[in-house]
Design a protein around this ligand. Structure first.
Ligand code: F6P
Length: 368
């Protein structure tokens, strides 16, 4: 069988670079004589039968566009399909419907662009008999098997600019400015933006922080150094012996937990316990929206074109990945074994500590 009919979908939260991948898949696919079907709203469209053929015109001029022209959803897991019954949400398995549509549309391969949720679903769909190629996206950069995901660089760019802007008020008013950034259970965004923005304290999930060490750092700065501090907090950061701060739970989502609130907790405790005037900014979806950076456009294009290349070779059950400066294929089943978290003794942490950044836990980073 020759690979002729390709389905493509974007799953989970949107992220800068998705359109660059769609373009990177579709243009070469057309050159190879294939037909590409855009499945709408992620796996939801696969279950509900929402798709249309992608033309060259539709994918032209979209490399710089944020979001996804196909739509996305983090509530469309075919194996965890939420049915709203008014007073309760019942979860059903609708994977057979997804398979029926895949077969009905005569697809030879499905290219699934997404994060760990999408890769978990993809592996299960592979077991049902679908031919899947995965493409790793997420601003969180927490996917195993690839050195980087596209979207991360764009998120770090926005978060860094936000920290730059907070610096002016921080220094003019001699305040502590706390900024909460996304990242789920990984601290990559906080670490990247914190280093690039010259934060004084970075709090990440991988290094549980101690309140006293955090207070000491900002008091030291205010009495001996500069009279302000910038604290960059990952939404998944937690105090030593404490719990992650959950904003809400939604059974319909692939991951029911929505994080958020640690920035407010850190800010209010710092003000109360140090007496320093403190302000809190929650960056939210600003860091996920807008145009991808040039780096993400290039990475997404390389991922997309490689994905269609391996699909044509029938290398199914694989995810494209960045390894060093090469694009390679890694097995999806290996990628989903664990999340890629920040190794606490990695080079980035070491460099941050050497330039005086505190992780709010002096014992943890004492090796410096
Ligand atoms: O995974 C990307 C991400 O932006 C996380 O950093 C964040 O925790 C989550 O999605 C927010 O999800 P939502 O847009 O559904 O609120």
């Amino acid at each position: 069988m020759k690979v002729k009919r390709i389905g493509i979908l974007t799953g989970g939260g949107d992220c800068p670079g998705l359109n660059a991948v769609i373009r990177g898949v579709t243009k070469p696919a057309h050159e190879m004589g294939m037909t590409v079907f855009g499945i709408e709203d992620g796996f939801e469209g696969l279950v509900e039968g929402k798709m249309h053929e992608l033309t060259n015109r539709e994918v032209s001029g979209i490399i710089n566009l944020g979001g996804t022209i196909l739509g996305s959803s983090n509530k469309g897991d075919p194996f965890h399909w939420p049915i709203d019954k008014g007073d309760e949400v019942v979860i059903e398995d609708h994977s057979k419907l997804a398979l029926k549509n895949y077969k009905g549309w005569g697809l030879d391969c499905l290219i699934a662009i997404g994060g760990d949720g999408t890769m978990h679903i993809s592996e299960k769909l592979s077991k049902l008999g679908m031919n899947i190629v995965g493409v790793p996206k997420t601003i969180d950069n927490d996917l195993e098997g690839t050195d980087l995901t596209f979207g991360y660089d764009s998120a770090v760019f926005v978060a860094t600019e936000a920290i730059d802007r907070l610096h002016t008020t921080a220094s003019s008013h001699h305040r502590v400015m706390v900024i909460e950034v996304m990242g789920r259970y990984a601290g990559w965004i906080a670490l990247g933006a914190g280093i690039a923005g010259g934060a004084d304290v970075i709090l990440i999930p991988e290094i549980p922080f101690k309140w006293d060490d955090t207070y000491r750092k900002v008091i030291d700065r205010s009495t001996r150094g500069k009279r302000f501090s910038i604290i960059c907090v990952a939404e998944g950061a937690k105090p030593f012996g404490g719990k992650i701060v959950v904003k809400s739970r939604d059974k319909k989502r692939t991951d029911p937990i929505q994080l958020g609130g640690i920035g407010n907790l850190v800010g209010s405790k710092i003000q109360k316990n140090t007496g320093l005037e403190t302000r809190i900014t929650v960056l939210g979806h600003l860091q996920r929206g807008g145009s991808p950076t040039p780096f993400d456009r290039i990475l997404a294009t390389r991922f997309g074109t490689y994905a269609i290349e391996i699909a044509a070779k029938k290398k199914f059950g694989y995810m494209v990945a960045l390894k060093g400066n090469e694009i390679k294929a890694v097995r999806i089943r290996n990628v989903i074994k664990k999340q890629r978290l920040v190794p606490p003794d990695c080079q980035m942490i070491r460099s941050a500590v050497k330039v005086g950044i505190s992780f709010g836990n002096d014992g943890f980073t004492a090796w410096r």
